[in-house]
Write a new protein. Structure first.
Length: 168
């Protein structure tokens, strides 16, 4: 789960540039790698949290990833509580505030670009149902259950697709 040297790919960089240009309002992601932030994106809604953030399960004190590298065993807070990553683990609930913000962004989008996902992981995949617009773009190497609703389907890797779109 820890890859501190991982770098954003062309998709992350292109999305950050689109946001900087005012053409992208938000990114809703299931990824916990923090690469959207590392690429420069600001309005990133991380449905499953981020492995870059840690907190004490007892007192709530926050920590960075460094706490994991410094600890010899399970990281322990100054209060004695265990420190865990700020990620949603199996059978844990998603942050309702992040869900509501994601629904609002999707509901109000003029164009919705969904990329790099099979749309099989719920509840995240169900968020697409809140889109009320008429320009759904799916960028995925394989078919999804929403292909019949899409205005445009691109069957190439999202990094290559967005990089090519930004270049020309």
């Amino acid at each position: 789960m820890l890859h501190p040297t991982a770098q954003p790919n062309n998709a992350h960089l292109a999305l950050a540039e689109l946001e900087r240009l005012g053409k992208l309002k938000a990114i809703v992601t299931q990824n916990v790698d923090g690469l959207h932030h590392k690429a420069g994106s600001i309005n990133v809604l991380e449905l499953h949290g981020s492995r870059g953030r840690y907190y004490c399960m007892s007192c709530g004190k926050t920590y960075t990833m460094d706490i994991v590298f410094e600890a010899e065993d399970v990281p322990v807070c100054t209060c004695g509580g265990r420190i865990r990553p700020d990620v949603v683990l199996f059978e844990e609930s998603l942050d309702q505030n992040v869900i509501e913000r994601s629904v609002n962004v999707i509901r109000n989008a003029d164009v919705l670009i969904v990329g790099g996902t099979s749309l099989n992981v719920y509840p995240a995949a169900g968020l697409i149902q809140h889109y009320k617009g008429n320009m759904l773009v799916l960028i995925n190497k394989s078919e999804t259950s929403y292909d019949s609703h899409a205005s445009l389907i691109i069957r190439d890797p999202i990094g290559e697709t967005l990089d090519a779109a930004m270049q020309g």
